[in-house]
Design a protein around this ligand. Structure first.
Ligand code: UD1
Ligand code: UDP
Length: 366
């Protein structure tokens, strides 16, 4: 029996790791599955654990208000040392590009425990964007022994860096596994009823490199477009970072066709995505989910490590300046052809069976 430890700490990691946790737990004859959450996020992590019914074996509870990258990395690194030494897993699985992933991979490397990287190989090759995630992801790929690349493009990135072909597996993204279980035809609730008869816009924003002036510009652009288009309503489930909240309330309060609400349970969020007409975001995961549902996304960033959705036509990078977001958003609302060209459903990020593939690979390889 092989012991596999999965480590994660933030909302998006949890959304993409819980399907894998549950898949490995279903194979209990083969694997002893240990779940360690750092608690880099608290409420937003717990929401996801609850939806997927995952109870962690370890919760390092590191989150504190206003935490810096130093806080998260150093706390997670030291506490992970104790957990790994105690459990001595055959493999540690980390996900993506967060500080939790970086610290857990580094702790495993220091203790000579093999690392598997779920969602490996995504790149912008701009170490400052996304910041610090591009660095985190590249470092995890330096120490990893197994690469679960979601797409062929990400496999090619790893090959170009000289990673061993035998250790790279194209699996699809486990985030799509989650999406396939949550969207219900005809879903309705109070918010959907509020928006019915209007075009619904879904908004999220949280990136560290956008905090401050870029985020103010993003919100100002959104405000202008909403003020000018009376048939549009927007829902903005806001990240819990107080800096995000302050900027959003300053720029967006007072518009009765925009509702700022608490973070949504992932299943509800996916249904709002399905009901929306378009999405404005700087999120990574939403760039993967929206193409599956054929929802155009204006990506409020200068770079993306997810070019597949841009190539498929669903994602458009619009930067973070007020003018560029305002004009792209306005165009999409007014120009039907432009909207139609972006709203075709495609599946560049996976078919919903990524967790099964990863578990199969681990069965064969460990
Ligand atoms: C982190 C990840 C980012 C990921 C994002 C997902 C890093 C460096 N960044 O960024 O890659 O896209 O999560 O959302 O790892 N907070 C709460 N409760 C919560 C969650 C957050 O109060 O449940 C507040 C806290 O004040 C916390 C702040 O948000 O200090 C920022 O959280 P943090 O994890 O440091 O950064 P994120 O921007 O969320
Ligand atoms: N999400 C959610 N509730 C919300 C907003 C987003 O469950 O209120 C989900 C969304 O479906 C996606 C993930 O959270 O799967 C994206 O997380 P986030 O934007 O925080 O991080 P990123 O993907 O940018 O790392």
């Amino acid at each position: 029996m092989k012991k596999v430890m999965l480590v994660f700490g933030t909302r998006p990691e949890a959304i993409k790791m819980c399907p894998l946790v549950n898949e490995l737990k279903r194979r209990s004859a083969k694997f002893k599955t240990v779940v360690c959450v750092t608690g880099q996020h608290r409420e937003m992590l717990d929401q996801v654990l609850c939806v997927f019914g995952v109870e962690p074996d370890y919760d390092l509870k590191i989150m504190k208000p206003g935490q810096t990258l130093f806080d998260v990395t150093s706390e997670a690194l030291l506490l992970m040392k104790d957990v790994i030494e105690r459990e001595l897993p055959d493999l540690v699985l980390v996900h993506g590009d967060t500080s939790t992933s970086f610290a857990a991979a580094l702790a495993s490397f220091y203790l000579r425990v093999p690392v598997g990287h779920v969602e490996a190989g995504l790149r912008t090759y701009n170490i400052r964007s996304p910041w610090p995630e591009e660095f985190n992801r590249q470092v995890v790929d330096i120490v990893a022994e197994y690469y679960f690349a979601p797409t062929e493009t990400t496999r090619q990135n790893l090959l170009a860096e000289g990673k061993d072909e035998e250790r790279i597996f194209v699996t699809g993204n486990t985030g799509i596994d989650a999406l396939n279980t949550t969207v219900l035809p005809g879903y309705r609730d109070e918010m959907i009823d509020w928006a019915s008869g209007s075009r619904l816009i879904l908004i999220t924003a949280h990136r560290r490199e956008n905090l401050g002036e870029p985020m103010h510009q993003m919100f100002r652009a959104i405000r202008r477009v909403l003020d000018e288009n009376l048939d549009v309503k927007a829902i903005y489930p806001i990240h819990m970072n107080p800096q995000v909240r302050e900027a959003a309330h300053l720029e967006l309060d007072g518009c009765d066709r925009l509702r700022i609400i608490e973070p949504l349970e992932v299943s509800v969020f996916h249904n709002y995505l399905a009901a929306s007409c378009l999405v404005l975001t700087d999120s990574g995961g939403i760039q993967e989910e929206a193409p599956s549902l054929g929802k155009p996304v204006l990506v409020m960033r200068d770079t993306t490590e997810r070019p597949e959705g841009v190539e498929a036509g669903t994602l458009r990078l619009v930067g973070t300046s007020e003018e560029s977001i305002y004009s792209a958003f306005t165009e999409l609302l007014k120009d039907e052809r432009s909207y139609a060209s972006m709203s075709k459903a495609s599946n560049p990020y996976g078919d919903g069976f990524a967790s099964m593939r990863i578990a199969d690979i681990l069965s064969a390889r460990l």
